[in-house]
Write a new protein. Structure first.
Length: 107
């Protein structure tokens, strides 16, 4: 979760979250926005993106660099918008997951 707007996130850059609701095992690394699985197992990954008024954001949840799912939001008519996804991913110890910015457009 971010308390502030994260601007100027480059394409294919991890989105770094300031606050994480659950980080059992300490796998989330706030310095680079990556989650590194501390143990093998099934993990629930959930994220939401909010775009600014009249903006667009296309983000993706990635596992070991491969896109698992995408999130899209498109604020129009002077309003914000939000896109959300939740997935269950089988990860092995040391696998990584992150939310990456795919494309941001400010109108």
């Amino acid at each position: 979760m971010r308390d502030t707007q994260q601007e100027h996130v480059a394409n294919n850059q991890n989105i770094v979250f300031e606050k994480v609701v659950t980080n059992e095992g300490g796998g989330y690394h706030p310095n680079n926005g990556a989650f590194i699985a501390p143990e093998s197992g099934f993990y629930v990954l959930s994220s939401s993106t909010m775009c600014a008024t009249n903006g667009e954001v296309l983000a993706a949840m990635v596992h070991n660099g491969n896109i698992v799912t995408r999130m899209y939001c498109h604020g129009d008519g002077g309003r914000h918008d939000q896109g959300s996804q939740t997935v269950v991913v089988q990860m092995f110890a040391g696998d990584s997951a992150a939310v990456k910015n795919i494309d941001t457009v400010k109108k």
